[in-house]
Design a binder for this molecule. Structure first.
Ligand code: ADP
Ligand code: ADP
Ligand code: ZN
Length: 215
């Protein structure tokens, strides 16, 4: 399956993608993770992306489309993929169509995870991530091990710099202006499937899976 997970920051895209990619045996492609890895390694891409990420703004479309084009061209994507956090603008969505047309492929569905804004702000203030394997935690709903380390790999747990309250507000504004129009964009194409993200992780997963069975 060729899928997109769409939704505001904190909707649970990364959390659901971790599980869906295992169940569906398709690669989880997160542009946010790719940028964070680039920043951590100090590569030229990371140097380009860092300032935008720290400010809660989007990395420019040409840079973002370039890394997605390269990633989707790899052989592990021929059986499908799960895009998380891409596309985030209408030009990115148009570029994705071109990339897929070049590969003679097309999307099967766009899952829109819908969560009210007050829930998002609470979720992001409590989000923590493993610095080694990227597993996503939440201090209340999905806590790391009692010793404060990652349950999966034993790595150290961090709060993302862009999860500070001020940057979260900026990211939500960016989401509303630049990303939310994609809901209508994919609705018009008949690809949009809405899922409520405002219940526990397992329930959201089951609802998403049911939706995908009907695609
Ligand atoms: P979240 O899901 O919490 O919004 P992500 O991990 O998806 O965060 O993205 C973190 C940051 O990486 C974004 O705020 C943005 O700066 C950058 N980024 C990720 N994906 C894209 C994209 N498709 N286009 C532009 N910038 C992106
Ligand atoms: P996104 O990738 O959309 O930005 P994440 O998957 O990183 O979102 O989730 C944001 C935060 O909310 C994380 O701390 C995660 O553990 C938590 N979370 C995700 N889904 C749920 C849920 N259904 N109920 C409660 N907390 C959740
Ligand atoms: Zn880990």
């Amino acid at each position: 399956m060729r899928l997109i997970l769409l939704g505001p920051p904190g909707a649970g895209k990364g959390t659901q993608a971790e599980r869906l990619s295992k169940e569906l045996r398709i690669p989880h492609i997160s542009t946010g993770d790719m940028f964070r890895e680039a920043v951590a390694s100090g590569s030229p891409l990371g140097l380009q992306a860092k300032g935008f990420m720290d400010a809660g703004q989007l990395v420019p479309d040409d840079v973002t489309v370039g890394i997605v084009r390269e990633r989707l061209s790899r052989s592990d994507c021929r059986k499908g993929f799960l895009l998380d956090g891409f596309p985030r603008t209408v030009p990115q969505a148009e570029a994705l169509e071109e990339i897929l047309a070049d590969l003679s492929e097309s999307l099967d569905a766009v899952i829109s995870i819908e969560v009210p804004e007050d829930v998002i702000v609470r979720r992001l203030s409590q989000r923590r991530v493993c610095g080694d394997c990227g597993t996503i935690y939440h201090l209340e709903t999905k806590p790391p091990a009692p010793n404060g380390k990652c349950n999966v790999c034993g790595g150290d747990i961090f709060q993302r710099a862009d999860d500070s309250e001020e940057t979260v507000r900026k990211r939500l504004e960016v989401y509303r202006l630049q990303t939310e129009p994609l809901i209508r964009y994919y609705e018009k194409k008949g690809l949009l499937r809405r899922v409520s993200g405002d219940s526990d992780i397992e329930t959201v997963f089951e609802e998403t899976f049911r939706v995908l069975e009907r695609v």
